[in-house]
Design a protein around this ligand. Sequence first.
Ligand code: ASP
Length: 459
Amino acid sequence: MVIVTKFGGTSVANGRNLEKVIDIILSNPARRVNVMSAPGKRYSQDTKVTDMLIQMGQETVRGLGQPEYMEDIYRRFIDITDHFEIESSFLVGLFESLDEAKNNVLSDREEYLDGIKPYGEIIISEIIAGVLRKRGVDAQVYRPEDIGMRTDGNFGNAKLKETSYEEIAASLNPALEGSNRVIIVPGFYGIDEHGRYMTFQRGGSDLSGAILANALDADLYENWTDSNGIKRAHPDVVENPETIERLTYREARELAYLGAEILHPDTLKPLIDKNIPLSVRNTFDPDQNGTYITATKEANGYVVEGIAHNDRITAMYVEKTGMDEIVGYIERLSSIFTEHGVSINQFTAAVDSISLTFAEGYNEQIESINDRMVREGLVDNINGIRVEYDRSVVCVVGEGMSHTPGILGRLSTALASEGINIETVSQASEISIIFGLKTIDAKNAVKVLHNLYFPKSNM
Ligand code: ASP
């Protein structure tokens, strides 16, 4: 039996937290492959090591690379080696490499930052392996570059090359089969064809773990975080939401995609391909079962499992008379968005109009997208495009919705009775309904919908 684990930033933030990580790894001999994030926040005002590294790189580009940045980062790690009273001389070599990457300023900003960003993961992995070895465990770090985790795509948004799975299996399986070795892998990055570091999106260590689980045909992927699993709604909006005990992959993807925050949405794909269960657990409360995610689950009486929301959304409304008669209209529209690097997350179509939503922050791209649409005749004129900022999407998810009539009516009546105006609705799959609305209404909408299905836990 092989379990792949991934420990998030809070779990590895300091020595005290890391003791829990070490206990978890050692309490089950099947936990053979363990992926690490970089140290995250130790308290709410703290800065994540990844953010410290990014800031250091950005300031260096601006000619302001003060030595204090490096010293602050060094302190984060030396505090941990001190806590465990392990030899820290290996940090010198690692910090020399980091310094070299920092001084190697490149014209491509993302490429340059990707040379620096993975060091939080790399250094903490070496420390954890050192602590395990001190406890007599045969522990070793295997970096993504050592095991063939190859990527292409863009710096800061790497995509795994499909051939990597075989290469990873070929490099790690001998170590797994011939020994009791505990393998530690720094998450968050792979290497491109030239051997350059390429990071996944932020939060990408989740994906690193899922890739390893797939490549090694793991029996289980455990994602250890600082919450008792995935909650029915965001705890900042709903007081003390319940943990969802069981989810299907489909439900988890819908919830993660729209901001359940616990999981990077791309995590599930490699697991689905090999039917590997995912368990989301709490490092600080390991007796809790957390959330267990599989392809199917027994009906449990719940119609709705959870409500996710995402506030940083821009909505666009497009009008074109006779849109329905233009062959391939939606493909052409969406390819313009793709060319501009903007991914659409919700589509609603009527005869002569379409509304779509995407993440905020693409102001420059929006202008050029609008120009292209006018030039290609996808709108009658520029007045046919309306862009609305400060929008949110709220997504109600549950397999049980697929065989329960009247859900949409129930949800929209509840929202209307609170005076919340729904701007768009889409239901592309039977297991989710997505509402588009103004951000000022979003929190209230989540509360109302949560209260509708889980009245007790909101009291
Ligand atoms: N350390 C990276 C981040 O802060 C990756 C991760 O934690 O998954 O985004």
